[in-house]
Ligand binder design. Structure first.
Ligand code: UFG
Length: 329
């Protein structure tokens, strides 16, 4: 299929492009390069620099490239920033996404794959987290993602849009060959910060909260490899042939790892001690989030190839070693 990958120069989008090519599809990238990296996308992939909320640009691409399906990875994703700058999140994650969907409708493109998040659930009623739990986001980031989920349902009913929503848990790791990986500015995620702290490239890692109701007092998360996430996106394609079809999947390994367990794993993989400082809780962090991905396993035959934190961290470590300054290396 001819697939428009919106946000294809970002962390998850760039990994998904590799998988699309490997599966015989033809990806085309739209990215405004605000957070994405041109170097994350191979030179032979059609690349358009522009905004998803610009109907003229998007419309031209849809027509010219004969796009059949759109994958949308282009969101702002800093939970803390979404609380202090909500308009930025509503503008990009919701308003611009509505423009993208309207442009697709105008041009008759009716298949859509959307990156959502476990943050749509807020503090979950139950663990591990199944798709049917109540969604009560506790920050604007999660709310904007949930808003889009709801818009998609309405468009499926009204206009036959067929779509899949993938709710990621903690995306982590890098391509196994070490050529692309995570490069955020600013970086806020635990694994890259712990690796940098281990190498002395950043100050000691702050552990945000040691008094959570978890076995070692630190937050538990479900770290899932970025290539595993990408594979689920492609496994859904056939099911989107039915007009109005809608699918929701929670994607994680189902295994919780605490902040201290991740630090231990980073130390084992890198061979360096991670210097740490115990710090207060970070606002908006639920104590524990981990997935029940039985539905994705059942429907899509999906199972994460990287089932434990160490194997995921090993790929991130390879990327950090070969690209100490990220794509600027
Ligand atoms: N953490 C630290 N110190 C740090 C950074 C993180 O202790 O310097 C802790 C956090 O408190 C959290 C865990 O490590 O308990 C993981 O934090 P990340 O920032 O790596 O990831 P989050 O769980 O906060 O965020 C991820 C995604 C978001 C998504 C969110 C849903 O990156 O996009 O999960 O909760 F919204």
């Amino acid at each position: 299929m001819n697939v428009l990958v919106v946000g294809g120069a970002g962390y998850i989008g760039s990994h998904c492009i590799r998988q699309l090519v490997a599966a015989g599809h033809r990806p085309v990238v739209l990215d405004n390069l605000v957070y994405g990296h041109r170097a994350a996308v191979a030179a032979d992939i059609p690349f358009y620099e522009g905004n998803l909320g610009d109907p003229a640009t998007v419309g031209r691409i849809l027509q010219h490239e004969k796009i059949e399906l759109v994958m949308h990875f282009a969101a702002f994703c800093y939970v803390g920033e979404s609380v202090t700058a909500p308009m930025k999140y509503y503008e990009n994650n919701l308003v611009a996404t509505l423009r993208l969907l309207a442009t697709m409708q105008l041009h008759g493109v009716s298949k859509f794959v959307f990156s959502s998040t476990c943050a749509t659930f807020g503090v979950p009623d139950r663990l591990p987290m199944t798709e049917d739990l109540p969604q009560r986001p506790i920050n604007p980031y999660g709310q904007t993602k949930l808003d889009v989920e709801n818009v998609l349902k309405a468009l499926a009913t009204a206009h036959g849009l067929s779509f899949a929503v993938f709710r990621y848990f903690n995306a982590a790791g890098a391509a196994e060959d070490g050529t692309i990986g995570e490069d955020h500015d600013p970086e806020t995620h635990l694994i890259p910060l712990a690796i940098d702290a281990a190498l002395g490239r950043r100050p000691p890692l702050q552990i945000f909260g040691t008094d959570y109701p978890t076995p070692d007092g630190t937050c538990q998360r479900d770290y899932v490899h970025v290539d595993d996430l990408s594979r689920a996106h492609i496994a859904i394609f056939d099911r989107l042939a039915t007009p109005g079809a809608q699918f929701f999947y929670n994607l994680g390994t189902g295994r919780p790892f605490s902040v201290r367990e991740i630090i231990g794993a980073v130390e084992r993989i890198t061979g360096h001690k991670v210097p740490v400082i115990e710090a207060p809780r970070r606002a908006g962090d639920p104590p524990a989030l981990y997935a029940d991905s039985a539905k994705a396993r059942r429907d899509l035959g999906w199972s994460p190839k990287f089932g434990d934190a160490e194997s995921i961290i090993a790929t991130a470590w390879k990327w950090h070693q070969t690209h100490p300054r990220g794509f600027a290396s």
